[in-house]
Design a protein around this ligand. Structure first.
Ligand code: GLU
Length: 294
């Protein structure tokens, strides 16, 4: 196997400490496997994309010593591939147009909640639009045992999700015409030949959906590893929205050492003198922590 990993930042602001942890973990895993490390710019969510953020993130990664082994891929340039994937799913009847508004879905979920049943999309438009205009495209999830998706997470252990009861038929193309993250990420990882996904644990809940989508599209399922997310003092995931500050790019070693500590890596004193010594020690420590021969 030729290892291919990636870091997939959304350019909603400069790199912050939480995203540095994900970048570092994916970098160390790729280096420990002597594999390739790619960068994908997840800029399909137009309204959330901040001008200049991509350049800023790439410059910070370079300053911190993390250079992609191939030219970065931009999701905004790949919409023709997402369209093809949707067409493939349409031809097999796995997707259907949905005419529900947010309010209608919220109302039906409220009812479901009152009855103490599932909070998954109730499948209202499965049987047809009932005269409503098509707004979004949803992927039909299976019923019964086939709805249960399990995978072994390399950090978090065995994971299981029932797509029918916990998620419901999920959106691949949104009512505003934007491609959903779930579809884009699966198509992009498959096209790039990604074998190992290392990212923050906030995305673990999406993984079963992505595995199901991989099966529907007939592409391989990569190995998964979700690292603990960095939280603020209120226990919320650190994000640009809740005040995470940009990294001090003048002090890469300080930020990298803190990120390594967050990943539970114990580094000797000399690891903190140069970027080269940091990466050598951190890669060895990561390999040891992951039980790899390195
Ligand atoms: N773009 C996503 C984020 O910044 C990461 C997606 C992924 O790694 O699958 O949270």
């Amino acid at each position: 196997m030729t290892y291919r990993g990636r870091f997939a930042p959304s350019p909603t602001g400069p790199l912050h400490y939480g995203s540095l942890v994900s970048a570092l973990a994916s970098w160390l895993d790729a280096r420990a496997h002597r594999g390739a490390w790619l960068v994908r710019v997840e800029d399909i969510d137009g309204p959330r994309t901040v001008p200049g953020a991509v350049e800023d993130i790439l410059a910070t990664l370079a300053r911190f010593g993390m250079l992609a082994d191939e030219t970065p891929v931009w999701q905004s340039q790949r919409t023709a591939r997402y369209e093809q994937a949707l067409e493939q799913l349409k031809s097999t009847g796995l997707v259907y147009p949905c005419g529900c508004t947010r309010k209608e879905i919220a109302d039906s979920l409220l009812h479901a909640h009152a009855r103490n049943t599932t909070l998954a999309y109730p499948g209202t438009c499965r049987a047809g639009l009932n005269g409503k205009p098509a707004r979004a495209w949803r992927l039909r999830v299976p019923d019964g045992d086939a709805a249960v998706i399990s995978f072994e997470d390399r950090w978090q252990g065995e994971q299981t999700q029932n797509l029918a009861t916990e998620v419901g038929d999920f959106v691949l193309k949104r009512a505003d015409g934007q491609w959903a993250y779930q579809l884009a990420v699966v198509v992009d990882d498959a096209d790039a030949g990604i074998t190992h996904i290392v990212r923050g644990a906030d995305l673990i809940d999406s993984t079963a959906r992505q595995i199901y989508l991989q099966r529907c599209l007939g592409v391989r399922t990569p190995h998964y590893l979700h690292v603990p997310v960095v939280t603020n003092e209120h226990g919320e995931k650190l994000s640009k929205q809740n005040g995470a500050t940009a990294l001090d790019t003048d002090k890469p070693l300080e930020a990298l050492s803190a990120a390594a500590r967050h990943l539970g890596l114990d580094l000797p004193g000399e690891a903190h003198t140069t970027l080269d010594s940091f990466y050598a020690a951190a890669t060895a420590a990561w390999a040891k922590r992951m039980g790899m021969n390195f």
